[in-house]
Design a protein around this ligand. Structure first.
Ligand SMILES: [Cu+2]
Length: 126
């Protein structure tokens, strides 16, 4: 039988996502994206392109993830530049062909909370 402390932890873990949703506007420490390159629905040229995500709070680069979903559904992991600014997640995309892409980010803020999101963009020959 789990200890009372353990049970309380489980309850807290179950309630937390709901509480986060409800109180989100009041909480400043979660990492909220405040700007990105590419921006949502941007168009970039084929080839190599930089990714820069700017957050409202410091994030843990080592525990953050950035993945790229290609037009054919192939998912690749992008290496996050380790020495960028504390509130920036940066990476490089290479060999982009034309089509619709999706950048999936997941970051760990210094308050210990994970946030994630999707940035859709397309690659077109100018
Ligand atoms: Cu938080």
């Amino acid at each position: 039988m789990p200890s009372p402390l353990f049970s309380r932890f489980i309850v807290a873990a179950l309630i937390m996502p709901l509480a986060q949703t409800v109180t989100a506007p009041a909480v400043q420490a979660h990492a909220v994206i405040i700007g990105s390159t590419p921006a949502v629905d941007d168009t970039v040229a084929p080839g190599d392109s930089d990714v820069t995500l700017h957050f409202n709070s410091r994030i843990d680069h080592q525990r953050s993830r950035l993945t790229l979903v290609a037009p054919d559904g192939t998912i690749s992991s992008l290496a996050i530049v380790p020495d960028s600014a504390p509130d920036v997640v940066a990476a490089k995309m290479s060999g982009l062909g034309t089509g619709q892409y999706r950048l999936r980010w997941q970051v760990l803020a210094i308050d210990g909370h994970l946030t994630r999101g999707d940035i859709r963009f397309s690659v077109k020959t100018p």
